[in-house]
Write a protein of this length. Sequence first.
Length: 540
Amino acid sequence: MNHEMRPRVGVDFGTSTTLVADTDGIVPIGTSNAWMPSLVGQQDDGSVVVGEPAADLPADQVVPSIKRVITDRRDYVRIDTTTGIRDIRADDLIVELLHEAGRRSMASGRDISGRDALRLGCPAMWDGRQRRRLLELAQRAGLPIKLANLIDEPVAAGIAWLARQRTEGRTSVDAAAPLRVLVFDMGGGTLDIAVLDVRGVNHHDVSVLAALGVAEAGDALDEAIAEDLDYALGGVGIDVDSLSHSSRARRRLARAAPAAKIGLTTEDQIDVKLSQQLFGMSSIVYTRSQLEAVFAPQMDRAELYVAAALRVARLAELVSGSAYEIARAPVETLVEGVNVVVLSGGMSQIPYVAQRMRTLFPAARVELGAAPSENAVALGLAKAGDYGRINMYRPAFDILVEWDQGREFRTVYDAFTPLVESWQIAQGGSDLRFTRNGLDLTLPRAAKGKLRVVSHSGDRVRASMGGNSLDGFPVALSEQKFEFSIYPNGRIQLTDASGTYDGQVEDWYTMQGHDHGDRLPKVPAQPQVPVYYPFDRDRE
């Protein structure tokens, strides 16, 4: 595909902010900043307010991190208005926010009405169902997006770093040399980590070996800081629970926490502003060392997820065999092959993040993916069309089992669902894979069916099972005797009422970068289809 014909607009629907970028840079969509706050609320009359105007509503009428409802799989949010408490369907609020982002983009002169006009980011931890939910909401909002154009946020941040090296004509690494890049993307709601295999800065060849995440990032640190401020107040004789307006005081601490976090990115200590009326004092000193002390346990957990991502990357490189040794390899071995650590997300501005990553990766360069770092995802999304196969570490296709002449079916594998979860690695299992059985799928006790493959990438899926094509492979269904598995190296396996069959996604090794695998870090030898909606320009 010609680069000029590829998507040229990226929309980063973030937990705290929403940004838009094209190939020339960030597109200003805010009233006072380039970004629009990801705020949505409801007025007393029931009307929805998004972006900057929502910040003027009472705190109980605003949902500050609406994206988290998808991460948490919630359907409703609660808003407390002067007319009473209301449970509001979260999806409707997300649609309004995405529509406003699209409207402002169009007002800035960026035409996103074409079916291949844009890419949309999502957390790496989201599975197929969560991605489809965002896809459906974006389409309802008038954003013409398809499932294959949802890009993992840390992958987009890595692409932004690569694109910057090319654009600036300089790089901290050999531009022609192959690279192993780890992206550490800590935003407001999620920590996302990706491991990228790059043929070279001067090439447009990026293979994603792993991407995973956890719902613990900036919001979690804000809560920890608020608790620490509460503890610090207790040290000077103020018991927040005993205050006459303790609920208001805690809300004030919750608002003060992110401001303290931002202030301590450049200062060693700050005065956290309080209310004399609420607390009996106007401020309290808070230091960077105090922040790092409450942040340290969260960063300890973050490093466990970094190790998990590196293990998944090694699993993706296995041609065959068990993952026993990889699941137990020490972190010191896992980090050896990483050349560059790219920091992304607003939390990466905290100096402690870079400090921890430099300690964890002593031989790698640790760099910001963009300046400021919170712009990286949007910039990378706008450039994503220049890079191939960036989603292939997770299959871009559904696998269905159907019977009764297609009138009955179950989804065996939902496109883009992680093949290995980080908790599986943490448990030290030796047979790491994605699997579904007959009980999971509520299959009939006995029936004859077949497998069907539905591609979302536009590419034909070349996969075999038992020497025949995976698409259309006959299955002897049985609730008790059915299991389908996909391994991180592209191996597939089926057990049905007739026996066990092995198979393979034919292009997996090429997708994963095995065409130049001789330079990959060595591991010990192992034993043996969407709807499109035009953007409604005239909607008010």
